[in-house]
Design a protein around this ligand. Structure first.
Ligand SMILES: [Zn+2]
Ligand SMILES: [Zn+2]
Length: 794
């Protein structure tokens, strides 16, 4: 029996076809013992020996196969069950997609299902429908979608963690004990110890405490004096990322009127039953999390389950701590936390807790949208505008859009929260598809910070040199340091700084057809539009003011850190960038030191802006607002506006008022002007008009097709041949643009060209493309991928 434990400590147990079949079976038995599976609905209980099932194998091919379910498995098999089936000459995992289909061959030729992996379905019918929709919409093979839904540890059948415990099975008489004492004093010692215990004791603990060997215990078990009990231990872990996410019990604050109205509005949708989407728009610091917590508590009372998505769990330990404090400590409801740095064991046990109905709430990043929560009644997507919700490998789904669709399938309420909702969501709200709840002010009537826009063109003229920090920002940094208040400087690192910007007049080269900035290609000194393919020579001087200072300049966090250290030699300046983010403990340490006031100025990229909540921060500087504005993407303005609002939102969260300094070469840009006024409606009005004019999303969908290979001419030729083939098939359904080089033409020695499909009907276009992809004579050395509703145009 010790074998199981050893396998445990290695992490993985091999499947039934591996070397540890005995372990696997043992684990399976424990599993069956530890759960009371939800009662199977009457219609799935079959008494016929020959039930036929259709399954999707998870084996790298996209096909439905038919099997016969042997009598002993019939009662347990349902749609969504995870089973093991023979395919050719091996066994593979598969998900049951249909009961009693019409088989594709005579019944007697069908093979048997070999094993039912869990006594409850791995996917609910709702998740299975969701998988089919994702496959059809995002042009992904169904098996890759199902694999994304079921964690590796679940699919591989990772063993449960079993602890051996010992208890007395038969009491010894005085004579027996004396004999034992004489012949085997070690055994007698163990027996005497266990006899005094009220509950079974962990074997390892008892043996270690008494310094008794395992053979003594084995002998007593063999003679029926002791019995060994398997006790399942749940690995409830929160991974490395959430070391500071211990539950924090706080007395729920009194809700303000706007929060109350939002909670009521969500409650009303919940009471009505059925699908509804609420767009919860609240300025930074307005207490959206509190609204979510109330909505979750309401829904729990009704007996339902909830999914709570955040863009990046590692950056929101405070939210997780609050959620656990409220739901675990005050309501006694376990919260399953779902993110990438969980161990496989923790992931398995979290998944099982949800699938078996023991836990009803999951909080996590993108993939938590697939968590097997039963009776789903509420789906929350916090910071719904975040591009991090889009997965950048197959299946390339958008977590927010999938969340909305899942809520629809489940008949649940979906809450999309943001200070700066996406154009897509606002458009849905305006068309009456989403309800709108607004939190217009910060909690406790705290003021939104005041935003100063610094025109860097003047700074350069005044100082006769390129400067990193403006005079205003330097003055304010001095001022905060004197007052013992804290500052954060953000460097904008979104995308690539590949556009041309005139540092004298703020001119930026744009494509006349597509309203995106042109990309500078250094190799042949050209400007190219990567949407339509427009090419022109790169100017040596600014076409507007004839200045030679026409270049995009990117700044590193290190350079900014050095500048600040020179300006404030006595201050403690620390930088957070991708290097420090890689070392999780260091990142946590820095945030801890910043919170306790040991750090005066924090320098970092905007990726850290999301969750930060430090009451003593009264100054926030955005060093280079232009970078995100002039990436060649029709969402560039939206991203810049969101960035400015989010960054500003980090200032003045405590009792002290905050100030924001934004440095830019294009201060007249709308995104900057509207952010300065905190005028979301004004900004979105113009942005929606522009999108409508150019027929960009949400007025049409975009499908991005990338062709890659090490021979540029060949890749381009293939892309052109492909276009010739599909363009007539898509006539009337999609407008094609390209092929054009990607903004970053060459990645890891591969050349990339892209085609764009603008369409009103994704499913129709994807259907045609997927079929043609299978039939097109793809040459060696060229690969291609489709991305539906891409969030980045590179
Ligand atoms: Zn110029
Ligand atoms: Zn263009």
């Amino acid at each position: 029996m010790l074998q199981t434990i050893r396998t445990e400590s290695r992490g993985f147990a091999a499947g039934p076809l591996g070397t540890c079949r005995a372990d696997w079976l043992r684990a399976r038995r424990h599993r069956a013992k530890s759960f009371s599976p939800p009662a199977a609905p009457a219609k799935v209980i079959r008494w016929l020996a020959n039930m036929i099932v259709a399954v999707h194998p998870l084996a790298g091919f996209d096909k439905v196969l038919h099997y016969r379910a042997p009598e002993k498995l019939c009662a347990g098999i349902a749609v969504g069950s995870l089973v093991r089936v023979p395919v050719v000459n091996r066994f593979t995992l598969a998900v049951v997609s249909q009961l009693d289909p019409t088989p594709d061959c005579p019944v007697e030729k069908l093979k048997n299902v070999a094993e039912l992996v869990y006594p409850f379905p791995a996917l609910t019918p709702e998740l299975l429908s969701l998988a089919r929709w994702i496959a059809a919409y995002y042009a992904a093979p169904l098996d890759t979608v199902i694999e994304a839904m079921i964690p590796v540890s679940v699919r591989k059948g990772l063993a449960l963690k079993i602890e051996k415990r010992l208890a007395v099975a038969r009491e010894l008489s005085v004579e027996e004990l004396e004999t034992l004492n004489r012949r085997a004093p070690q055994q007698a010692k163990l027996y005497a110890f266990l006899k005094l215990q009220l509950h079974p004791v962990a074997k390892s603990l008892a043996l270690e405490r008494l310094k008794v060997g395992p053979s003594s215990a084995a002998a007593l078990v063999q003679h029926g004096v002791l019995r060994e009990i398997d006790h399942r231990i749940e690995r409830v872990g929160y991974g490395d990322d959430l070391g500071s996410a211990e539950p924090v019990a706080v007395i729920p604050p009194e809700l303000n009127l706007a929060q109350k109205a939002a909670v009521e509005s969500i409650r009303a949708s919940g009471a009505k039953g059925g699908f509804a989407v609420h767009l919860l728009q609240g300025v930074t610091g307005s207490g959206k999390t509190e609204v979510y917590l109330h909505a979750i508590a309401d829904m729990l009372q009704g007996g339902g389950g909830a999914v709570y998505l955040v863009p990046e769990v590692a950056l929101t330990p405070q939210t997780v701590a609050r959620l656990r404090g409220r739901l675990e400590q005050q309501l006694g409801q376990r919260v399953v936390v779902w993110h990438s740095s969980l161990s496989e064991g923790e992931r398995l046990d979290g998944w099982l807790a949800l699938a078996s109905g023991q836990a009803r709430i999951v909080v996590g990043a993108r993939s938590a949208v697939f968590a097997p929560v039963r009776d789903l009644r509420l789906v929350i997507v916090d910071e719904e505008h975040e591009p991090a919700y889009k997965q950048d490998e197959t299946p390339r789904y958008h977590g927010r859009d999938v969340a909305v669709y899942r809520a629809k399938l489940a008949g649940a309420v979906c809450v999309l929260g943001s200070a700066t909702p996406s154009v897509e969501s606002v458009n849905n709200m305006r068309r009456g598809r989403y309800l709108h709840d607004v939190l217009p002010t910060r909690i406790d009537d705290r003021k939104l910070p005041r935003m100063h826009i610094v025109d860097m063109r003047h700074e350069i003229v005044a100082k006769r040199a390129t400067s990193v920090l403006s005079r205003l920002l330097i003055d304010k940094l001095h001022d905060r340091f004197e007052k013992k208040e804290q500052s954060i400087l953000f460097i904008n690192r979104r995308g690539y700084s590949s556009s041309l910007l005139c540092q004298e007049c703020g001119y930026v080269a744009e494509c006349p057809h597509c309203s995106v900035s042109l990309t500078y290609h250094r190799a042949d000194e050209t400007l190219k539009c990567h949407l339509c393919g427009e090419v022109r020579p790169a100017p040596l001087v600014c076409p507007q003011c004839h200045s030679p200072k026409i270049r995009m300049r990117g700044l590193g966090t290190q350079k900014v850190e050095e500048h600040v250290a020179r300006i404030l030699p006595r201050a403690k300046v620390v930088r957070i960038d991708t290097d420090t983010m890689g070392k999780k403990n260091r990142f946590r340490e820095i945030l801890g030191e910043f919170r306790t006031g040991k750090i005066d100025v924090l320098v970092g990229t905007q990726m850290i802006a999301k969750g930060l909540d430090f009451p003593n921060v009264t100054l926030v500087g955005l060093v280079d607002a232009d970078i995100s504005m002039h990436v060649p993407d029709f969402r560039a303005n939206e991203r810049t506006f969101q960035l400015l609002v989010q960054v500003a939102g980090r200032a003045g969260r405590g009792d002290l008022a905050g100030e924001v300094v934004v440095q830019t070469f294009t201060p007249q840009a709308e995104a900057i002007q509207f952010a300065k006024q905190s005028d979301f409606d004004g900004f979105i009005e113009g942005e929606i008009k522009l999108r409508e004019q150019f027929r960009y999303p949400p007025f049409r969908h975009l499908v991005h097709h990338v062709f890659r290979g090490d021979n540029a001419e060949k890749v381009l030729w293939v892309a052109e041949q492909w276009k010739k083939r599909v363009e007539p098939l898509l006539a009337g359904a999609a407008e094609l643009r390209g092929p054009s080089p990607s903004p970053i033409e060459r990645v890891q020695n591969e050349y990339r060209f892209q085609l764009w499909y603008f369409t009103g009907s994704v499913v129709k276009v994807v259907g045609v493309l997927a079929k043609e992809q299978r039939e097109f004579p793809w040459p060696e050395g060229v690969s291609q991928t489709l991305d539906v509703d891409p969030m980045s145009l590179s």
